[in-house]
Ligand binder design. Structure first.
Ligand code: FAD
Length: 559
């Protein structure tokens, strides 16, 4: 049996940052990850990470916090936002001291680029491969501390004894065995759920596992209706072209060659917040002003030299997918599913409602993004709350005595998976996933309304039932991707419903939730978080958690 003081589920930026922090605090810590850590989706992050470093005199952590609160459409908890923005400069220096190579200004200071919804240029970057550079820096630190990594271990369930989290059950993908991983403190850092939609900028492994596991164990998911659609994903394959492109000055054009964004955001134009830009694009396309159903991202005026120096990956991704060279031709783009603002509800230290269980990174909802996340704040969240959750988990692990290995949970998981493997009839996971993807992409998209959302909620309940009765054709023990895909689809089917039900219940438009039938923000009724608890008949909504306000009262939000 595997046993450690602190176990981190996930080896992306949040998971690795957490593990390094726990190791620095002297905890016996390990990572459980379904893939090699440096292959995590964090490695695809291009644009950068926000911090008010003080390069510009008019910037400060307080300004950064205000931008986040406004970006969130006043749904973020302001105490958590302030904690994040306060800690941001220190975390950038921490990374820098451990060898992270950030791009520089000519005088040697860390360079910062403008990003959407930000009052100052405060996004630190490594060209347009920021996530990968930070990921490798943290991997070196894991090696330095000799942190044990259980790679190709797929967590399937939270182990709970006497109401306390005691680790997870994990499926060892190499030999097909289920193993108990016992820990005094467990930190979920399993990333996003993009694969719930048909097209997404997310990797294939972003299947919301940690959210579903926590939800099944009785923990609430928070603010799941707030799904971010990124304004610039490639029409061909949904792959992201980073906001860094617009940060460096790229234009968005409609079929008349008009920079239409200034109609929707007179001050910020292309650099308004993502929800605003995605809605504007969709409105232009619906009004027949798209180009073959797309918007054009035009980089040409930036010039060859700047594109090659600052945005080389973006040019390459577009070239590979479209055959078009951004130096010479505008690139057709569409808004695409990108990020989940919601997740496992935590406090500002990463603690969930269950003792011994923490969450950090995209799978968590702290909440620092509220109804809409600003670009560059997710990488920051992984680093700040990865570290914070580990400090608290390590302190908690020191305090508690031995925990009882949950043989019960192991047995239940063994029985569940044996039954699944023995089943010879039922749908394949690909078919169930396709149905779910279609519902989400058609009825729970950028603009929403009651009729579509009602339809989605009932279709997703059917999908959840179908997901229980799927069949696995491959009965082998070694690297059984059919089984893993089936388990992932079950996770996705579990968390799709809270997204649709949250969107249906919330009769207002706020941030990424845009209701055509309730077009205004309604602070009187809806300045509150959505909590979703699992029941056998679908999610149960709870609206008892209010929004924490510190300095900023809600006002009209314009860009
Ligand atoms: C293309 C793209 C570009 C982006 N660019 C930016 C940017 O420039 N700036 C920014 O701030 N944000 C950006 N984001 C968002 C940001 O990158 C992510 O939100 C963030 O990196 C998520 O990190 P994470 O550590 O929470 O999860 P991930 O990096 O997704 O890692 C999840 C980890 O969990 C593991 N895991 C998952 N399920 C299981 C399981 N069942 N058992 C065991 N292990 C499991 C995986 O193996 C993986 O190691 C971007 C996102 C995308 C998709």
């Amino acid at each position: 049996m595997i046993k450690h003081d602190v176990v981190v589920i996930g080896g992306g930026l949040a998971g690795m940052r957490a593990a390094v922090e726990a190791a620095e605090h002297g905890a016996d810590v390990a990572i459980v990850s379904k893939m090699h850590p440096v292959r995590s989706h964090s490695g695809a992050a291009q644009g950068g990470i926000n911090a008010a470093l003080g390069n510009r005199e008019d910037d400060s952590p307080e300004n950064h916090a205000f931008d986040c609160v406004k970006g969130s459409d006043y749904l973020a908890d302001q105490d958590a936002v302030e904690a994040m923005c306060e800690d941001a400069p220190r975390q950038i220096i921490w990374l820098e001291h451990r060898g992270c190579i950030f791009s520089r200004m000519p005088d040697g200071r860390i360079a910062q680029r403008p990003f959407g919804g930000a009052g100052s240029p405060r996004t630190c970057y490594s060209a347009d491969v920021t996530g990968l550079v930070i990921l490798h820096t943290l991997w070196e630190q894991l090696e330095r501390f000799g942190v044990k990594v259980y790679e190709e271990y797929f967590a399937t369930a939270l182990a709970v004894e006497d109401g306390i989290g005691t680790g997870v059950v994990a499926y060892n993908m190499r030999n097909g065995e289920l193993e108990l991983v016992t820990a005094k403190a467990t930190i979920f850092a399993t990333g996003g759920l993009g694969r719930v939609y048909a097209k997404t900028t997310n990797g294939y492994a972003s299947t919301g596992d940690g959210m579903a596991i926590a939800y099944r164990a009785g923990l609430p998911l928070m603010d799941m209706e707030f799904v971010q659609f990124h304004p610039t994903s490639l029409k061909e394959n949904g792959v992201l072209l980073s906001e860094a492109a617009r940060g460096e000055g790229a234009f968005l054009l409609n079929k008349d060659g008009e920079r239409f964004m200034f109609k929707y955001a007179p001050n910020k134009g292309e650099l308004a917040s993502r929800d605003v830009v995605s809605r504007a694009e969709w409105t232009e396309i619906q009004a027949g002003r798209g180009v073959d159903g797309c918007i054009l991202l035009d980089l040409r005026h930036l010039g060859r030299e700047k594109i090659l120096e600052r945005l080389p990956q973006i040019r390459e991704l577009a070239l590979d997918a479209t055959g078009k060279d951004a130096i010479e031709t505008p690139i057709p783009i569409l808004p695409g599913m990108h990020y989940q603002m919601g997740g496992v509800a935590t406090d500002k230290f990463g603690a969930t409602q269950m003792p011994g269980v923490y969450a950090a990174g995209e799978c968590a909802c702290v909440s620092v993004h509220g109804a809409n996340r600003l670009g560059g704040n997710s990488l920051l969240e992984t680093i700040v709350f990865g570290a914070r959750s580990a400090q608290h988990a390590a302190a908690y692990a020191k305090k508690v005595g031995e925990v009882r290995p949950s043989e019960r949970t192991l047995k239940a998981e063994k029985d569940r998976i044996a039954e699944l493997m023995a089943r010879s009839k039922g749908e394949r996971h690909s078919a169930v996933r396709k149905r779910m993807n279609a519902v989400m992409s058609e009825d729970v998209f950028i603009f929403r309304n009651e009729a579509q959302l009602k339809q989605a909620v009932s279709a997703l309940a059917e999908v959840r039932e179908a997901a229980k009765n799927m069949t696995v054709m491959d009965k082998s023990k070694t690297f059984n991707t059919d089984l893993v895909g089936t388990l992932e689809t079950q996770f996705l089917a579990e968390i799709a419903e809270p997204i649709a039900l949250g969107a249906l219940n919330r009769q207002e438009s706020r941030g990424a939730q845009a209701r055509t039938d309730f077009a205004e923000r309604d602070d009187e009724k809806w300045m509150k978080h959505t909590l979703m608890y699992r029941t056998d008949n679908g999610p149960r909504a709870d609206y008892s958690r209010g929004v924490v306000l510190t300095k900023w009262q809600p006002t009209v939000r314009t860009y």
